[in-house]
Design a protein around this ligand. Sequence first.
Ligand code: ADQ
Length: 766
Amino acid sequence: MRLLSARLILSLILAITLVSVLSVYYQGRAERRNLSNDLERRAAVLADSLAGNVQPQLSSNSTKKLQQVVDRFSNRERLAGVAVFDDRLQPIVQSSSLAGLMQAESPVLSRAIATKQKQSAFVRIGGARFHIYAEPLEDDQHSAVLVIVHDATYIQAQTAGLWHETFLRVLVQVFLIVLITVVIVRWSIAGPIARASQWLRALRAGNVEHSSATMPDIDLLRPLAQEMSSIAQSLTAARSAAEREAQLRQAAESFWTSERLSVHVRSKLVGSRLFVVSNREPYSHVRSGKSIQCVVPASGLVTALEPILRACDGTWIAHGSGDADQETVDVHDRLAVPPEEPKYTLRRVWLTKEEEDGYYYGFSNEGLWPLCHIAHTRPLFRADDWEHYRTANVKFANALLEEMRDTHEPVVLVQDYHFALLPRLIKKKRPDARVAIFWHIPWPNSESFAICPWQRELLDGLLGADVVGFHIQAHCTNFLQSVDRTLECRIDWEHFAVSREGHRTIVKPFPISVEFPENAPPESDQGSSYLERGALLRELGVEARFVGVGVDRVDYTKGILERFLAIERMLEKRPTYQGKFVFVQIGAPSRTHIKRYHDLLADVEAEAERINWRFQTSNWKPIVFLKRHVSHREILRYYRAADLCVVTSLHDGMNLVAKEFIAARHDEQGVLILSRFTGAARELLDSVLVNPYDIESTADAICYALELGAEERAARMRRLRRLVKENNIYRWAGSLVTELCEVRLDMPQETGNSSRAQSAAQSHSG
Ligand code: ADQ
């Protein structure tokens, strides 16, 4: 910094000096020219008037009178003297001051005599500068020359004075400019930079919070300030995440079970009750011929929440979507579930066909789903869909308010992106409720989210909650950045909290997981993976030595087509696996009312057929596509029989299949190939991580997984299992409920607003 200021100052001095010297040089030349011209003009005028007096005296040869004339004129200002010379250049008369000064042989005089014309020149005599003007005088008898000599040293003196004056001026200017520059640099650059580095140092040492209020104002260096803010933000987030992780590690001294969760949640609820709201119901009733069947839908959400509701009696409010749902509820639209062993209450909410279309298929799944997943499917935002989304949120809110009417300080867990508006609607009517919303899908970066026309309403609705949960820290950070960009609020980056209109919302990661059976399943259920495989392959009608498995809803975010291409490429690169490796893809058709999903299902089928047609033999084909929903028990058989499980999501909040596969491998065998774009990839580092867009390397990863040594395979699986066991679904639920129950409902109101967020909000609304 000091070097920079020194260079800046030196450059300024040089520039000012150069400009001043040049301008004075030209000014000096002009001044000298003007003074010289003026002197010449004055000499000519004097010579003309003198000639009139000298000529008669010369004609009358009156040297005495001539001398008198010369003497009379000689004491003019700056006149050195006057003389008259004859044509042989001998002085006839001359002022006494010229004695010994004038040299007759001066070329000016010779030229005037020779040419008979007036001559003038500046000459240097004895170190001084003189101007000589010579005017020829003629009559019949005489030929002479009148000489006027001026002292010209004053011209030089005046020019020197100019230089002197300039030098002083430059000196003063340089001093002032240097002074001003130093003040400006200190005040607007060095000062803020020093403050910024002091702030960063304090932040690094953990002595200050990162917020727009504590951040030093370095307005002049705005781009730097922005970068600094995001680095600081990441630093704060990373530190808090690490602290939180450390706390979790400390708290992980014991294994979470359904019983422990049950006791824990009951102790946290202290007499209150738990309510869950989700779009999808855990049990739906569908007509099958004349009978009614109870179905458990394929969903990560149900997999995750069922154990919590089982563990602590509560009420689950969900959309009644089954065609026999209305027939199986009581007058209050309630039923006790699970049907075979009732443990909690399911309250169904009814939606009209148009509402379901707009709210579920439209806004939720054609708008928010692609908006939040960076999988290159364009979100569609229709005003009608948005209206239905709002109406549906109000309907669910009313049902929930009804259910919790008699409960004091109820605890509410809202699930997923279908209900962004619900937290605000609930808290408005029941400020005594503790409300958390868990967002099961990713939250995109703030630029991507900003394309949503109703971003403000969504964020406002979500911030009604006391706790907003995501799977991973990156989604929390993205969410906070969206809030920061869009709404007027105060963000506490250290505690991941947003304060707005007197309400505080905590934003935290709660990585979801699966149930982890503590003990190996009974022998009858287990079978050896080798025997299981043989049985399964026989059922599928194929023979193979190696088995891979994929289990997904058929969704464009799951990367099923990319997975098939990788398998095809693997068979091309390693033909030895032809006839030996079979990949079983269990794909539950999903959201098929939406054209994109309908087309994808057809594409997945066609792609499997194309690849099979290319390689298949009479008793083998590379891909077995089971296009259906399969019971969890059956999925487990595939998990246990497979050499590898392939998860190639293009983007996924968490991905439970990865964790289910690990939880199923009591034999500590099997390799998980996992997309690095899943939330699970942040935890499951012992899987083989892949970029599913990179077909070549995914193909290589499949070979690598198949050829991994038994010991390494087991070591990896052991570590993965330890992780999933520790961080199981009960821990997820326990942490979420704990966080929510610790929220202080009587929190003092915060009213301060971040000016940065305010200006962002203004620019956005503009
Ligand atoms: P999903 O997108 O539904 O969940 P995922 O986490 O993989 O994705 O869960 C799918 C669940 O459905 C798994 O339990 C799986 O066993 C089951 N399933 C898949 N196909 C099936 C089939 N054909 N038959 C039967 N069951 C099937 C969302 C987010 C995820 C997040 C979960 C939980 O998109 O990122 O992990 O919620 O939060």
